[in-house]
Design a protein. Structure first.
Length: 361
């Protein structure tokens, strides 16, 4: 499963940069939602197998998930600020910080709103909400610009895709009590979320699509599908090693041919989501034991976050990119991801696992 998660992270990188030597994979929203399903499955598994056995399961689960997400996040934020200062000193344009200055220069009354955006960047809290807000230049106040509208404050976000991490953490806060429920109750919650999504569509609150991208109360649907994937009793034939390999190759085939398949994208996406729910138990059962699968899986979160930082470097006009931005972004992202994984994430991961085994520490 780590290999597929690696390719999903690579899909998002390609979407934000350019094809790598002509290679394209999945659209960003599709890759993110498959990530969510995988995450729902994995969280249901670790809560059931590990944290429910502890004295304070919710506390240790939430704090360990925070330690999984936030240290790398804030590291990339700090790197982005340092890079922006470096650009300012050497080039006269202050990178991400320049957008804050420009906003304030044009609208001094927006200082309070800008400070809240900056605080959201530092804490990660509300990154998803910031993608749905704008700042009124006359009053300096936030305004809601609509679900699925292009983010107006995108340039003020140090890691523009961090809204997905924010949504992920919301799910972590809710997942322990949800996972403890039986499958019927979880399916009932899914139906309620689907009904809410449909109401938003009917009322034109989300006029452009049925799925409400970047909206946590509706995107939790995908995490819930992951919990169902863990709890549902699948036929033994779908859990065999040969089934795992078949699922794996189907995933790879669809990802490699997604952009050339003569099939409506709605149907391809539906097939992919259904395949993810059905295949995840077998993929985890048979691939998690391979070291290469784990190593690539460990890189998917760094790749996902760090490529936004790398794009600030590769996107500079002076950076050589004869084959587009995709290839250098990929190479530099992999190198930096490996380094940060070795010197930051692995030590933290050892401590996290130790806390779950020895909760008194």
């Amino acid at each position: 499963m780590g290999i597929i998660r690696f390719l999903l992270a690579l899909s998002v990188l390609i979407v934000h940069s350019s094809p790598i030597l002509g290679v394209e994979l999945l659209p960003g929203p599709v890759a993110v939602r498959i990530f969510y399903i995988f995450s729902g499955f994995l969280m249901a598994m670790v809560i059931t197998r590990k944290y429910q056995k502890l004295d304070r399961p919710y506390y240790y689960f939430i704090t360990n998930r925070f330690l999984r997400l936030y240290p790398l996040y804030i590291t990339v934020v700090i790197m982005t600020i340092i890079l922006s200062i470096g650009y300012g000193v050497s080039l006269g344009s202050w990178g991400k910080l320049q957008y804050y200055y420009d906003y304030y220069h044009d609208s001094p009354q927006s200082l309070g709103a800008l400070l809240l955006v900056f605080l959201s960047n530092i804490t990660l809290i509300g990154q998803d909400i910031m993608t749905q807000l704008g700042i009124n230049s006359e009053t300096g106040r936030f305004f809601f610009h609509g679900l699925q509208s292009p983010p107006e404050l995108q340039e003020l976000l140090f890691i523009p895709i961090a809204w997905t991490v924010s949504i992920e953490f919301y799910f972590y806060l809710l997942s322990p009590p949800i996972v403890s429920k039986n499958l019927k109750i979880i399916c009932g919650i899914i139906l309620l979320v689907l009904a809410f999504r449909y109401i938003l569509l009917l009322t034109d609150a989300a006029p452009s699509a049925f799925g409400i991208y970047r909206f946590a109360p509706t995107e939790i649907y995908w995490f819930l599908l992951g919990i169902v994937s863990y709890k549902i009793k699948l036929p033994e034939q779908l859990l065999t090693k040969s089934s795992g390999w078949i699922f794996f190759f189907i995933f790879i085939l669809i990802m490699a041919t997604y952009n050339i398949l003569p099939i409506d994208r709605y149907y391809i996406n539906t097939i992919l989501y259904a395949l993810t729910v059905i295949a995840t138990p077998s993929l985890f059962l048979h691939f998690s034991k391979y070291k290469i699968d784990k190593k690539l899986g460990d890189l998917c979160y760094p790749i996902y976050l760090i490529h936004a930082f790398i794009l600030l470097i590769v996107g500079a006009n002076s950076f050589p990119k004869p084959y587009g931005t995709g290839l250098p972004t990929f190479v530099l992202t992999i190198l930096l991801s490996v380094l940060l994984n070795m010197f930051l994430l692995i030590p933290i991961e050892k401590w996290r696992q130790h806390r779950a085994v020895n909760p008194k520490i």
